[in-house]
Design a protein around this ligand. Structure first.
Ligand SMILES: O=C(O)C(=O)C[C@H](O)[C@H](O)COP(=O)(O)O
Length: 304
């Protein structure tokens, strides 16, 4: 059977600032970004599949065509009549990004509305990747359906990887966000949080506290990203810090974490050591933040 990397979540229209106050339209979203980079970084015998919902309008068709052209498998994308895809605009402040969204009524919010849709995607996967944003956009009842199906897939041997990607503006409130993130972490093998966010919303004093909290929840492989600072890696064998790759220049930090996740998971799935996988993920992220937008061309040397 073809090994499948399945990413689940929401892809949006991205408007990212380029030169002369012009904005460039693209398609992006944390889980799609990870799938897009993973497609380039995983061996060709892997299938990279994206699970979401889109509308039936022209913009949705364009997004679908973009994924196909990027060699991402679209067989787990369903359509929802009378809805369209979400949109976000990136604002840059000295290279640091922030996002404004128009996604309250997006088709992707229905991605777990039919449990057979996600079930079919999950059973076909070797590894499932999702994020806190995947959960944040779902109606409350669908979150439970999503996590139930995930647990079932995991019991059947599928690996589960999770980036908490904390976005309080997408949740009902911070309490709900923190509770749901920890409920999700309980059914994950690999958790890849970013310390800056975790410190802010879980009051972790240092990356060690972040590791301890997710380990207690049950995850056995943890990578705590920390911007340009050391990355903390915790595995079955113990833990270590890995120096982050310095970026030659920081132009736009959008998708730093998403591209790191793709590089890290691609090397793990190729049976490299977790330390090598962290170093590789960090190299990919350093490249990505040197260019504008979420999806950027990678140095061909990195793809070898
Ligand atoms: O916020 C969302 O919903 C998005 O998906 C927009 C962005 O593409 C990612 O958030 C970027 O993620 P970072 O790697 O954390 O920079």
């Amino acid at each position: 059977m073809t090994p499948t990397f399945l990413s689940v979540g929401e892809c949006m229209v991205e408007m990212a600032p380029f030169d002369n106050d012009l904005f460039k339209m693209n398609f992006a979203g944390d889980t799609l970004n990870t799938a897009w980079y993973a497609r380039q970084l995983l061996p060709v015998d892997w299938r990279v599949s994206y699970c979401t919902c889109i509308g039936e309008d022209q913009l949705s068709a364009q997004m679908h065509a973009f994924m196909e052209a990027s060699s991402i498998d679209t067989s787990h994308i369903s359509t929802v009549p009378n809805r369209t895809v979400g949109l976000y605009v990136t604002q840059l402040d000295g290279g640091e990004r922030s996002f404004t969204y128009w996604r309250e009524n997006s088709a992707a919010r229905r991605l777990a509305a039919r449990s057979d849709h996600i079930e079919a995607a999950f059973v076909a996967a070797g590894i499932i990747f999702f994020s806190g944003i995947t959960l944040a956009i779902l109606p409350e009842a669908d979150r439970a359906v999503f996590l139930d199906q995930l647990e079932k897939a995991r019991r059947n041997g599928v690996q589960v990887a999770f980036d908490p990607n904390l976005r309080p503006q997408l949740w009902e409130n911070e309490d709900v966000m923190c509770r749901q993130i920890m409920a999700a972490a309980r059914i994950c093998d690999i958790v890849m949080p970013s310390f800056e966010d975790e410190a802010r919303y879980f009051s972790d004093e240092n990356p060690q506290k972040t590791v301890n909290r997710y380990k207690k929840a049950g995850a056995n492989l943890l990578v705590v990203k920390n911007g340009p600072n050391d990355i903390l890696l915790s595995t079955f064998e113990g833990q270590t810090t890995v120096q982050a790759q310095r970026a030659a220049k920081v132009v736009d930090t959008t998708a730093a974490g998403d591209s790191f996740n793709a590089g890290f998971l691609a090397k793990l799935l190729a049976d490299e050591t977790p330390v090598d996988a962290v170093q590789y993920g960090s190299k990919i992220a350093a490249q990505v933040i040197g260019q504008r937008g979420a999806l950027v061309d990678l140095d061909p040397d990195l793809l070898k």
